[in-house]
Ligand binder design. Structure first.
Ligand SMILES: NC(=O)c1ccc[n+]([C@@H]2O[C@H](COP(=O)([O-])OP(=O)(O)OC[C@H]3O[C@@H](n4cnc5c(N)ncnc54)[C@H](OP(=O)(O)O)[C@@H]3O)[C@@H](O)[C@H]2O)c1
Length: 274
């Protein structure tokens, strides 16, 4: 397991829903930030109280308190809710306070335009496997975010998985691939299990086989660095079972479909309006 560098900074989370909750749980459980240094702000009082009790972190009275007491403000509200949050906290966002937004489709220039000039902002695109510490996050730095801000954001998101930093022109592609990818892979898993059921396996056994096969294959490629095509060739013996199945996938155009799915999701992200 990777050693985490403790961020000795006060971190506030505005919007403690499914993504915000997963992030702050990863930050605290991995000891990246001290519970006393974490403030949560969300209008769902019961949900936020339960999360705060679980993590032993504090609850802010409102978003202004959350922003005013933090060195890093993580904003995880829905994209259409972000403008209102920025209006509330703008006067508190001094250049020594970093804003990290995870809102899909909200650009760093939009964030900067709604904050005082010089405010450092970072746009992050995490994904739902952050819930189990296997997330994938793409980061893009705004024009006033320095290398230390980038390092802090990287350390935070490493608490819930892996991190890449990309130019903002590529962040919609990150959304299309790793942001939406869990849904695409869930459909593939379900379909593989359906195939197993069709051939006589119980649903439970079929799903266990499908999930472990996906996990194991991904892990082999991740740890060996082997090209996926080389792995495919290794398991396809001449005239064998696997090449017969691969022929069906090629005839059905699976590769083109998956490429188009990533492109459609990326294009939709690019067209999102706040
Ligand atoms: N879920 C994912 O897989 C994923 C992946 C990448 C990025 N994201 C991004 O993460 C963000 C959050 O998504 P989510 O799925 O976690 O949504 P969510 O579960 O609806 O969480 C958002 C939370 O923010 C609260 N909120 C609304 N207005 C607020 C305000 N003014 N101040 C403070 N809190 C406020 C919401 O309360 P109410 O319910 O009362 O509105 C809700 O509890 C989105 O921008 C999304 O694009 C999500």
């Amino acid at each position: 397991m990777e050693a985490f560098i403790i961020i000795r900074k006060r971190v506030s989370l505005i919007g403690a829903g499914s993504m915000g909750g997963a992030l702050v749980t990863g930050f605290v459980r991995n000891g990246l930030v001290a519970p006393d240094d974490v403030l949560l702000s969300d209008p769902n009082r019961d949900a936020v109280a339960a999360l705060a009790a679980q993590l032993r972190v504090r609850i802010a009275g409102d978003n202004r308190q959350a922003a005013g007491e933090a060195e890093i403000v993580v904003c995880a509200v829905k994209p259409y809710q972000i403008k209102k949050v920025l209006e509330e906290i703008a006067s508190l966002m001094t250049p020594d306070r970093l804003l990290i937004s995870v809102a899909a489709g909200v650009s760093t220039s939009f964030l900067e335009a709604n904050l005082p000039s010089g405010a450092p902002v970072i746009r992050a695109m995490p994904n739902i496997p952050a819930l189990v510490g296997e997330g994938m996050t793409g980061l893009s730095l705004g024009k006033h975010a320095g290398p230390r801000d980038g390092d802090d954001a990287e350390q935070l998101f490493k608490a819930v998985g892996r991190v890449v930093t990309v130019p903002e022109a590529n962040i919609d592609a990150v959304t299309g691939l790793s942001g939406s990818g869990p849904a695409f892979l869930a459909v593939i898993l379900e379909a593989l299990a359906d195939g197993g059921v069709m051939m006589g396996l119980t649903r439970q056994t079929a799903l266990e086989l499908a999930v472990q096969t996906m996990l194991g294959t991904a892990r082999v490629i991740q740890t060996s660095g082997e090209h996926p095509a080389a792995l495919k060739d290794r398991v396809s013996s001449p005239g064998g079972t696997t090449i017969a199945g691969l022929h069906v996938l090629e005839e059905g155009g699976l590769r083109g479909l998956l490429m188009s799915a990533v492109a459609a999701s990326a294009e939709k992200a690019a067209a999102l309006e706040v």
